[in-house]
Design a protein around this ligand. Structure first.
Ligand SMILES: [Zn+2]
Length: 74
């Protein structure tokens, strides 16, 4: 969905993207990995306008923050 812009559920191609955002006090679509917004990982959301399915992708450069976070586990 991120690369093809085609919905895996309904094959629709009407995809919109809501960019991840780190606002004050953890607002926006992100994962807080520490105490401040500098340690939060932005999450981009891909939404199919045909069926409403949404997919979430962490910013590549923020993946290390999530990996090192106490909030994540395997
Ligand atoms: Zn769809």
């Amino acid at each position: 969905m991120k690369n093809q812009r085609i919905c895996p559920k309904c094959n629709g191609s009407d995809i919109v993207i809501v960019d991840g955002y780190c606002g004050p006090y953890g607002t926006g679509n992100n994962i807080m990995t520490g105490a401040t917004i500098f340690s939060s990982a932005r999450v981009d959301r891909y939404i199919c306008c045909s069926c409403g399915y949404s997919e979430e992708w962490i910013n590549r450069e923020d993946i290390e923050k999530v990996k090192g976070s106490k909030k994540s586990h395997r």
